[in-house]
Design a protein around this ligand. Sequence first.
Ligand code: CA
Length: 445
Amino acid sequence: MKPILDETHDLERESWVESANDPDADFPIQNLPLGLFSADEDEMPAIGVAIGNQILNLSELSELLWSENPDDPIADALSWESLEMVLLLDAEQRTDLRHRLNELLRVDFTGRVRDVAEGCLIPMEDVTMLTPHPIENYTDFYASLHHATNVGKLFRPDQPLLPNYKWMPIGYHGRASSIVIRGTNLWRPCGQTRAEGASAPTFGPTKVLDYELELGCFIGDPNPWGERINIEDAEKHIFGFCLLNDWSARDIQRWEYQPLGPFLAKSFATTISPWIVTLEALAPFRTAAFQRAADDPQPLPYLDAPNDRAFGGFNFTVEASLLTSQMRAQHLPPHRLCLSNAQELYWTFAQMLTHHTSNGCNLRSGDLIGSGTVSGATPDALGCLLELTQRGAHPIKLPTGEERRFLEDGDEIILRGWCEREGFRRIGFGECRGTILPAAQPSSS
Ligand code: CA
């Protein structure tokens, strides 16, 4: 789909929320990502938009400004206690919401309505962010050729890339019930593993805990069961994006993954960032799809479209950092492990969605689609420890003198993401954090 640019992307536009005008802000007026928050344990969750270091409470604002019109689908969607009805707004209504918010928050907007909006602002630091809606389905793809090749080399040096990889986006059905929001601590998972050369497996906490730096894509408009999505229309089903950490227990994975793919090695937790950056906000940062090597196969016709080749990519920079307990105690900043970019993905999101529905499978509004680890071609662009340390053979040296092959208890992984392009305002995704706790004991009740 050709991205549409309009005045909401204007570089010069500033907001009366001053923190939004800082050139390094993740949430300038050009971004306007949506999320769900709770200001108080006793209060209902509210839908908000991030602006600078503040949140505009849209549930409250809409009640005060827009709910008088019974035919206003936006006011109706914002009256729910999660984003589930907002996700069902079509592209036109979503653009309408974006324009309303952009207009309301612009620096030269004054009068009673601005006073109302000012009364609906709350500092980000005063709220708890929540999972935006009940996520029913989660699929994780494997769209980076570099990641697939690097991981393949470690496990199958003679045949790193399986024969299907360049013909279709490979994925698996993940677990939706264990998706958690940024800042949620997670227990080191236990599982069955078999040491190299051992004749029998043992059960216990994973010794090879890893993260995966990914993007998450939220489905907006669903497709009915049995109806395939045409690649030309695939992006109409995308609502927006977040950052996603696909925590992985590599020792459990290695023992269990054949023949049916990842299971307990992945299903214990997936962390997402709380703000959904809409497809419309990302319009200035669209790029061509990944340039395939001359001797690579061309996509089959159902996965190919001129617009997808021209604009199917996203120029998102993504970063993963590590903060250990020792680093925290010494007040050291997080140590960057990786800087990569979604342009490195071999398959576009439109291709992933088209392939996902090519058998008639129905995507539901609010479903989460992971990109797979966003690894690039260079050693500083590897999106997980399995690749970075070559399966533990080359540990990472940290500023404290510590070494890491894989994650230890107390380690925190911090994912960040942002988009930059000359002539446009930088927009960011915020952070996706998670800290590892020691393995939990089984419940005795
Ligand atoms: Ca993954």
